[in-house]
Design a binder for this molecule. Structure first.
Ligand SMILES: C[S@@+](CC[C@H](N)C(=O)[O-])C[C@H]1O[C@@H](n2cnc3c(N)ncnc32)[C@H](O)[C@@H]1O
Length: 258
């Protein structure tokens, strides 16, 4: 199997199994979702594409503010969760598509805004994914990417530990790398917001599907920082009631299309 097909198989495997636990763990993301909708600057007449929509949390948050949302993901189990959430929230202006981020099944320039959260660190070719986002967005439209952005000096360790926790992880980019991607593709950075999303390590490991033996390697990396009082993972690991917690450092970039 070539590298791209192998990676697609990893995504399908992880996110079929993660669909329910991911949806449950992120059901309380309301504050972050409100920030994203606000930062995007979208309006009631806009048509939005949410790429790698997963269980539909982001799509549903935008659906309440815009005319139409299309949520796209490559994993059917995620789209099933998304339809359930849509039904629970009663949105009539969302449609769901199965597809891949680097070959979007849409014509050029048809969306007012193209958004994606927590997806770029799963891509083999982030530049190709950004090119596709641009292709389907209208001139002067909005692109928004929200993802984990590790500190430059923690990036290598962060990516290694995330790959152990979730084998479908590829590489989280730093803020500077995202800004460079946007610049090179000729987009204007309109705004950038940062957010720290707290997570408990054991709950996250339960909701992920590491290879046998790798959960302990992940725990060791967190304990190493806690025992030494360092932050080589760049996630501010801390203990509360005997449990390990940490913060995902997240940045949302809002660009304007040429
Ligand atoms: C961590 S989840 C994020 C879900 C959602 N965006 C959110 O923030 O709630 C990552 C999602 O990306 C999807 N995904 C990963 N690579 C993809 C690709 N190349 N094309 C489409 N979807 C992809 C996975 O199936 C999964 O649903």
């Amino acid at each position: 199997m070539n590298k791209a097909l192998e990676h697609d198989a990893d995504i399908l495997d992880q996110f079929t199994r993660q669909a329910l636990p991911f949806a449950q763990r992120h059901a309380s993301d309301g504050e972050m979702l409100r920030l994203l909708v606000e930062a995007s600057g979208v309006g009631p007449d806009d048509r939005i594409l949410d790429i790698a929509c997963g269980p539909g949390l982001v799509s549903c948050a935008f659906a309440a503010k815009v005319r139409q949302v299309t949520g796209l993901d490559m994993v059917p189990a995620m789209l099933e969760r998304a339809r359930i959430l849509q039904g629970e929230q009663g949105h009539v202006n969302i449609d769901w598509r199965q597809g891949t981020a680097t070959a979007l099944p849409f014509a050029e320039g048809i969306f007012d805004a193209v958004i994606t959260r927590f997806s770029f660190h799963h891509y083999l070719d982030p530049a190709a994914a950004l090119r596709e986002m641009k292709r389907v967005c209208k001139p002067s439209g909005t692109l928004m990417v929200a993802d984990v952005t590790p500190r430059a000096d923690a990036q290598k360790a962060y990516n290694e530990v995330e790959k152990l926790r979730d084998p479908s992880h590829t590489r989280a980019l730093t803020e500077a790398e995202f800004e460079a991607l946007g610049r090179v593709s000729g987009m204007k950075l309109l705004r950038k917001i940062t957010y720290r999303l707290e997570s408990d390590l054991e709950g996250l490991l339960e909701a992920s599907f590491p290879l046998p033996g790798d959960s302990d390697k992940v725990r060791d990396q967190f304990r190493n920082d806690l025992d030494k009082g360092t932050d080589h993972l760049g996630v501010e690991a801390h203990r509360r009631n005997g449990q390990i917690y940490f913060f995902f450092p997240i940045t949302a970039f809002v660009w304007q299309m040429p």
